[in-house]
Design a protein around this ligand. Sequence first.
Ligand code: SF4
Ligand code: SF4
Length: 498
Amino acid sequence: MAKIDFELPKLGPNLEIPVLQPDAMLGAGPFVAKPDHQEKLGFPGELVDDWQQVAIDKLGELVNKSRGLKVFLDSCVKCGACTDKCHYFIGTGDPKNMPVARQDLLRSVYRRYFTFAGKHFPKLVGARDLTEEVLDEWYNYFHQCSQCRRCSVFCPYGIDTAEISMAARDIMDAVGKGQKYCNEIIGKVHKIGNNLGLPEPALINTLEGLEEDIKDETGVDVRLPVDVQGAEVMLVTPSADFFAEPHVDGLIGYAKVFHQAGISWTLSSYASEAANFGMFIGNYENMRKVSLRIRQAALDLGVKRIVFGECGHAWRVAYSFLNTLAGPFDFLDQRYPVPQHICEFTNDLITRGALHLDPSANDDKVVTFHDSCNVARASRMGDQPGGQFEIPRAVIRASVNRFVDMADETIRDRTFCCGGGGGLLTDDLLELRAKGAMPRMQALKQVIDDHGVTHMAAICAICKSQFSKVLPMYGMQMDMIISVHQLVGDAIQLGTKE
Ligand code: SF4
Ligand code: SF4
């Protein structure tokens, strides 16, 4: 377990509103991107001389471009409904982690430069000059928002703090103060094709090793093909699936699904990453550049369908923006969703009887499901409202005999973020991640105590990595977190059909 030098919140029987701890999370924020990381993404290497003016101009540009952002900045009535809904506030007690307070960090500057009242009577309307102190505060507290959108569910005006946080990060990149973790990763995707910087030979080697593992375990030749021309499906999956636990067992599960259904498929060495960190930094050009790799790979390989593996924000970008960023995808088979989520794909096969699953293979487990926030609140699956909640649960229920949901107020559209989303899955933010995970840990502990839950399944690469790290901090087993497609893969009866 990682050594920690901070005190974790206690897990009680109920989720309590924390005692206020002003400035508890005041600090310098995560590591700042080096000039090299910045410049590769088209940003200034370091803070530019006239940064105040550049920041104000950028804010004006964003507000003009996005009506949503302008409405969010204009319409808060300070009703307080969002104040206790953020996992980072619940876990840290820092009032600046209340969503409304986080929004006000940007709103106060917006008011000062873009509203009549703020220009003429700044004190009366809480408007502030953009000073270095304000910029530092932005950098720290906008990197304490995982852009999970939970607060927006409770806001009577639907104000989405995630959009405000993305805009703030976009402005900070524009003045030369970006975050190292996100920007370094995006640079690797632009250069090599995945977050890890895993080159093609290493990818092929890894996949061949996994094929051998599956053969040893099952006696069946299940393939993990790369760059196969003319395959029916191109699978785009987070690169964590290639090596990290428990992600890799999910990848093996997808391979078994394709094998058993007899559908030809391929991975791409050019687009070997589903994740799109361009969204976390709120930057359209970088998000588009990452998305265009997927389009190019699909064209080059001549595939008919694109399926996304288990990843939350990848699915948000795919579902909500891919067609706008990189479309039209009129060269794909229009009888299928463009793109399609692996859970939709598998659920469709299960429904049609094309997979033979034996849930008793998972009888050593009592399973619960963590709704990942980007899937739950920023996308959909299938053709029915709420499909993003029902389809993963349907896949799990077909694969296990014992399934239990966590408390209602912590699942579906009210799910809590894992604590590591939104570009915060870096060890320089470990304290924030650990404390922000508390609400999910509390709900999980409750179903462990009440129902003997042994495993929590998830469909997001970030959630899986984050939980592997924080579960032991809360006295739970690291391997409690599993991929949904690990459950599927273990339940599939290879070589049989119904
Ligand atoms: S989007 Fe999520 S992390 Fe950000 S303020 Fe709202 S609840 Fe907190
Ligand atoms: S719930 Fe909405 S309107 Fe109310 S304080 Fe929060 S952001 Fe403002």
